[in-house]
Design a protein around this ligand. Structure first.
Ligand code: URA
Length: 291
């Protein structure tokens, strides 16, 4: 007979392994559900670098054209081969003429294996007329359950940060509203970091998401979105607080974009809130029409 202590430690072990979801009463052989055999080829973005200590002083940077990140290292290509997934994502994303159509296209997309283990697709939240679009990393456990971005502890901190400069994801007024989304619409199991190939597979949808929102300002929360969308290799502590011009083929004009520290990082490193506050003030100045 297993005692309570053993059961708790067995559950703890499973949690540590990333098994933190009950997704069915019967076991499922996920590999048997793959519609096609996997291939060895992979499309991947530059490997995420660890944040370097110290932050760079804000400075203007040249316009960034935003092709999907260059292949650098092999990773799980998902249920479709990487090239096939990329092509299918590009076709589906560019055909979408509205955000609702894009959400449907994403829901129908089979090129990212995370879809199979996620509970919900997390698309976006907030007024579609918002001047600001904030892009995080990927849904966590709470987001996966609710189908909404940034609703866990990091999201609550994010809301407080936005409120400090008069912004609110629930606002309808475009001047106050913030539209929030993530690089990946599906939760990586156990909240692991997304792989390069998962980011690459979903990149055409992210690019199109920005085109259809056409915001005045983009905020990249954390290194994953900043590096992937700006095609940069520096860590977030070097990128944060700097303004970039983000561009893509479907945007009429480039969008001012600023990377910021991720709220989950701020929860773990409260001292870094000083840096985050500087960036929020810079965002406020920009919103109010300043430099
Ligand atoms: N972290 C993210 O990057 N996005 C979320 O939605 C939640 C946590």
């Amino acid at each position: 007979m297993i005692g309570v202590v053993e059961s708790v430690s067995a559950l703890r072990f499973l949690l540590d392994c990333g098994v933190d979801e009950v997704i069915g009463e019967e076991p499922t052989d996920w590999s048997a559900l793959s519609p096609r055999p996997r291939t060895q080829s992979a499309v991947a973005s530059p490997a995420p670098a660890r944040p370097a200590p110290g932050a760079a002083a804000p400075q203007p940077a040249p316009r960034q054209n935003v092709p999907p990140p260059a292949p650098t290292r092999a990773a799980d290509p998902g249920p479709l081969g990487a090239a096939e997934a990329g092509q299918s994502a590009r076709v589906a994303a560019s055909a979408a003429q509205t955000l609702d159509a894009l959400k449907e296209a994403l829901a129908a997309f089979d090129g990212c294996a995370l879809k199979k283990t996620a509970t919900n697709l997390v698309f976006g939240m907030g007024s579609r007329q918002a001047r600001i679009m904030l892009i995080g990393e990927a849904p966590g456990e709470n987001e996966d359950r609710q189908g909404l971005p940034f609703v866990g502890p990091a999201g609550q901190l994010l809301d407080r940060m936005l409120a400090a400069i008069g912004l609110d994801r629930h606002a309808d007024d475009p001047a106050k509203a913030v539209y929030i989304t993530n690089m990946l619409p599906w939760r990586p199991p156990g909240n692991r970091s997304p792989t390069d190939s998962e980011i690459a597979a979903c990149m055409p949808f992210m690019v199109r998401h920005i085109e259809l929102m056409a915001p005045d300002i983009l905020i990249f929360a954390g290194g994953i979105s900043a590096k992937a969308m700006l095609n940069r290799t520096e860590g977030i502590t070097r990128l944060r607080g700097r303004w970039f011009d983000y561009g893509s083929a479907g945007l009429k004009k480039s969008v001012a974009a600023m990377p910021m520290l991720h709220p989950a990082y701020l929860l773990r490193n409260p001292d870094a809130k000083r840096e985050a506050w500087k960036d929020l003030l810079a965002l406020k100045v920009r919103l109010d029409g300043g430099a």
